[in-house]
Design a binder for this molecule. Structure first.
Ligand SMILES: NC(=O)C1=CN([C@@H]2O[C@H](COP(=O)(O)OP(=O)(O)OC[C@H]3O[C@@H](n4cnc5c(N)ncnc54)[C@H](O)[C@@H]3O)[C@@H](O)[C@H]2O)C=CC1
Ligand SMILES: CC(=O)[C@H](N)C(=O)O
Length: 387
């Protein structure tokens, strides 16, 4: 239901678009992007079988060759983060050198924009076949069941987040891959220091998601020490993106509010107004991921790093959005499961080690985040593609 009087809405939208366009153009002129190469257009081939797919890069060569660049497999690639990461990595390494995979059917724009393959991380043999047949050298392991969904299906979360991770680590070790596994603010719990939370401290999370991510951090580090696995891990804050939807987490409200603000002018928030959590705009998150993947091994003093950008409460976020959309109306209907999770999570992550060791630096603060999100949602992806 809409809160704006209908006769005002279209005029408000037009004004908003113009205001945001102006801001976005200024922002584009003043801040640098990720320093990636222009997208290389390459002929695309698609196969539904990993065996047919195996010669993809050689059959349709782009200007990036396998010897120049890693061959990357992204698992769980159809979630909130995977498609954006594939786009970034394809600009850097060539379209055919980055394979997205998932157990779901991709939307057309994903299917037609680069290699996509079915891969269930619980199927060890199939995963190994994909790695071998496609000469994979880097594995980005995004498949997961997130915090809120995990609490409603612990069995699935254990399977995907723990058994699936074991498959990934074993295959990566067997084939000498570099492997990136994201961790999360959810890997901490109520007994961790919360503001800020250091890299090394008590980790006693109270969700299956958090427990499985601590397990992933420790297993990856163990395989690194024991077998020399090139394991790399970042603890992401809640990630905020305009053109991909969150997959059932505790921080989802901070994405949903933007869509509601633009579309209806009303939002029902499922966390208390004073719940402070660490958050990050997706571009910063994906750039950090590329940066740690590319960091020379001898710069990595540890294998699991916190990264931080901003922290805010629903109240702070609403105030910032209302600077652009003053008529936004927010009500609260607190979800006790999500609230209990959020109350045990960090308010900010201490990330000086990432900044020191491999030069991590965020670009988006709350003000830039709001401007950018409203611009993307209001204008679709037109501006983003023009950058
Ligand atoms: N989005 C966020 O705010 C944050 C994400 N992360 C981590 O980043 C990674 C990616 O996150 P999102 O894209 O947000 O997750 P998401 O929940 O949006 O997507 C996860 C994907 O995994 C796939 N998947 C589920 N079971 C699978 C299986 N058996 N085999 C293969 N794929 C399977 C799903 O189909 C889904 O597309 C996850 O590991 C998550 O824990 C960490 C902190 C914050
Ligand atoms: C912070 C996360 O890991 C995720 N967004 C969640 O809320 O579960």
């Amino acid at each position: 239901m809409c809160c704006f009087p209908s006769h005002c809405r279209s005029m408000r939208r037009t004004m908003l678009v113009m205001q945001l366009l102006r801001g976005a153009v200024e922002h584009a002129g003043s801040s640098s992007r990720c320093g990636v190469e222009p997208l290389i257009s390459a002929v695309r081939g698609i196969s539904s079988s990993s065996q047919q797919f195996s010669n993809f890069g050689r059959t349709h060569p782009s200007s990036c060759t396998d010897t120049d660049h890693p061959k990357v497999l992204i698992t769980g690639g159809l979630g909130q983060l995977g498609v954006g990461l594939a786009k970034l990595l394809r600009r850097r390494f060539g379209k055919n050198n980055v394979i997205l995979s998932d157990i779901r059917k991709p939307p057309n724009h994903v299917y037609h924009n680069g290699p996509f393959i079915f891969s269930d991380i619980l199927d060890y043999k199939n995963l190994r076949e994909i790695v071998v047949n496609n000469n994979i050298s880097w594995l980005v392991h995004y498949s997961a069941v997130l915090s809120a969904v995990g609490e409603s299906n612990v069995t699935l979360a254990k399977e995907v987040n723990i058994t699936g991770l074991h498959n990934i680590l074993d295959i990566a070790t067997e084939h000498g891959l570099r492997v990136f596994v994201p961790s999360t603010i959810g890997a901490f719990g109520p007994s961790s220091p919360r503001d800020p939370t250091p890299d090394l401290c008590v980790q006693r999370p109270q969700t299956i998601y958090g427990v499985s991510k601590v397990h992933a951090e420790l297993m990856g580090e163990y395989y690194h020490h024991r077998y020399g696995l090139d394991f790399r891990c970042l603890r992401y804050p809640g990630i905020i993106s305009a053109d991909s939807q969150p997959g059932g987490g505790t921080t989802d409200y901070a994405v949903q509010i933007f869509h509601a603000a633009v579309k209806t002018g009303c939002f029902e928030c499922n966390l208390r107004s004073d719940t402070r959590l660490p958050m990050m705009y997706i571009d910063d998150c994906l750039r950090a991921t590329l940066e740690i993947l590319e960091a020379p091994a001898d710069t990595l003093v540890r294998r699991t790093y916190n990264i931080n950008a901003m922290s805010f409460t629903p109240h702070d976020l609403i105030q910032e959005i209302q600077k652009v959309l003053p008529d936004l109306k927010v009500t609260y209907n607190v979800d006790p499961v999500r609230q209990a999770i959020a109350d045990g999570w960090p308010m900010a992550l201490e990330d000086s080690a990432a900044r020191r060791d491999w030069g991590w630096k965020h670009e988006y603060d709350l003000q830039e985040l709001v401007q950018t999100m409203l611009t993307h949602i209001t204008t679709g992806n037109q501006l983003a593609q023009a950058y």
